[in-house]
Design a protein around this ligand. Structure first.
Ligand SMILES: [Zn+2]
Length: 448
């Protein structure tokens, strides 16, 4: 039986630690009532566990007292989760990420290029590394974007991206699949996105999540314009962990990501978070799940199967979330985007590095690898004259029912990821061309 007073005493005895508040990770039964209650009180919900059907929150003693008075029956059990110690030192800080990226670039100059996509609030360069056969040039290839750590305390997530960078660079010319992917794709990786927040996490508060705006911080992943402040999926309270900021895209980090995505127009994106062992696809607000989401749902479920995580929307798996990056990418640039939450409630935000680092990156490899092979799967691709056609409508065969509308890239390229099936395609602009009853079992290339 867990003893609160004993643990409080133990925590209090840790002096000079980076974690100084009396806070606990507390577990509850996962149900709609509990989710609603935790959200309504703006408690810091940290993760879910679909194996045990539990939900966790990071609570202060006062918050815990409040819940025990109001909802005592729903607490299943709880524990302090090595909060006082902070993460193992092997996890990377912003300087180590920069060193890592520069080192890779020095070792593999032909197939990598480093670019700053913008500066953080505190002036750090947000680095992206491009991995492709002619990395320095803009190639006629589909792009894939992978980023980690919108949230500062999620220290396992840059391990996934740095593992990916190492795997792809060291395997080039050695591993057949890797060589094919690097030759045929423009791979962009942002190994650590919330650099300021992560610096604060190491130096000041091991449970820090947001950026560092005005001391209170903004949750960058509630700051994107699509659906911003639309469904009670973020907070107006500066102290809340999901504080959305004063306006859509108010944060320089958000703006940097938006400008970058607009410039590379990725076909796929993965944003790595922790924890819960789930794969999230758009949209974040209940009950938005439309027929146009078919392809994104199918691919999300395929990834989830590869890594044995649970797929769904944020509102299905967690709670309403508005202003998130994937909704914006999907709506504005037709990216097929995912949030992958690595690790379970048993590991939390700061798993033992020696026990969990390799296990976690290995488990996640088949997930991101699937996107490279999925470019060859059911899809419509090609290049046309943008002066003639600007939009592709994907229609149910023999009808005018629009399943999806795709805006052709400004260079005339298009990569429409589809669920396997038969479609009519209507290319529209100053000219009109219709392709009827096209069976899409794999990649279909169209040029006219
Ligand atoms: Zn997160």
């Amino acid at each position: 039986m867990f003893n609160w007073k004993g643990s409080l005493l133990a925590l209090a005895m840790v002096s000079g630690s980076v974690w100084s508040q009396d806070a606990f990770i507390v577990r509850f039964n996962l149900n709609e009532g509990m989710k609603t209650y935790l959200r309504a009180n703006e408690f810091d919900i940290t993760g879910v566990n679909y194996k045990t059907n539990e939900i966790e929150a990071l609570l202060t003693q006062a918050e815990l007292d409040q819940i025990q008075q109001q909802k005592s029956a729903v607490i299943k059990f709880s524990y302090p989760q090595s909060l006082s110690a902070g993460p193992d030192e092997e996890y990377k800080n912003p300087d180590e990420i920069e060193d890592f990226v520069r080192d890779i670039n020095a070792r593999y100059p032909d197939i990598t290029m480093v670019k700053s996509i913008g500066k953080t609030l505190e002036g750090r360069d947000i680095l992206a590394i491009k991995i492709s056969d002619n990395a320095a040039t803009n190639e006629d290839e589909p792009a894939i974007l992978v980023n980690a750590m919108h949230h500062a305390r999620e220290v396992m997530t840059p391990e996934i991206t740095t593992d990916m960078i190492e795997y792809l660079t060291s395997g080039y010319g050695q591993n057949e699949d890797v060589t094919k992917w690097v030759n045929g794709t423009e791979i962009w990786v942002i190994p650590m996105f919330n650099l300021d927040g992560n610096n604060k996490m190491w130096n000041d508060n091991s449970m820090w999540r947001k950026n560092t705006r005005d001391g209170h911080g903004v949750d960058i992943n509630r700051n994107y314009p699509t659906g911003w402040n639309s469904c009670n999926g973020s907070s107006a309270n500066t102290r809340a962990q999901d504080y959305r900021g004063t306006a859509p895209a108010s944060e320089p980090e958000t703006q940097a990501m938006m400008n970058f995505v607009a410039s590379i127009k990725p076909v796929f994106n993965i944003s790595y978070h922790s924890y819960s062992e789930i794969v999230i696809y758009p949209f974040g607000c209940r009950p938005n799940k439309t027929p146009t989401a078919q392809a994104v749902e199918v691919v999300g479920s395929e990834i989830a199967k590869k890594i044995q995580y649970k797929p769904g929307t944020a509102w299905e798996l967690l709670y309403n979330a508005d202003g998130g990056d994937i909704d914006w990418m999907y709506t504005t640039h037709q990216v097929i985007p995912f949030v992958i939450e690595v690790n379970s409630t048993n590991e939390g935000f700061h798993p033992s590095y020696s026990k969990w680092r390799n296990k976690t990156v290995l488990r996640n490899r088949p997930g991101w690898m699937h996107l490279f092979s999925r470019l060859e799967g059911p899809s419509l691709t090609g290049k046309i004259n943008i002066a003639d056609y600007s939009v592709i409508k994907i229609l149910k065969p023999g009808t005018n029912e629009i399943l999806q509308t795709y805006n052709i890239n400004s260079d005339g390229r298009f990569y429409v990821i589809l669920k396997a099936g038969t479609y009519d395609f209507s290319f529209e602009g100053s000219k009109l061309k219709k392709l009827s009853n096209v069976s899409v079992a794999n990649k279909v290339s169209v040029n006219f």
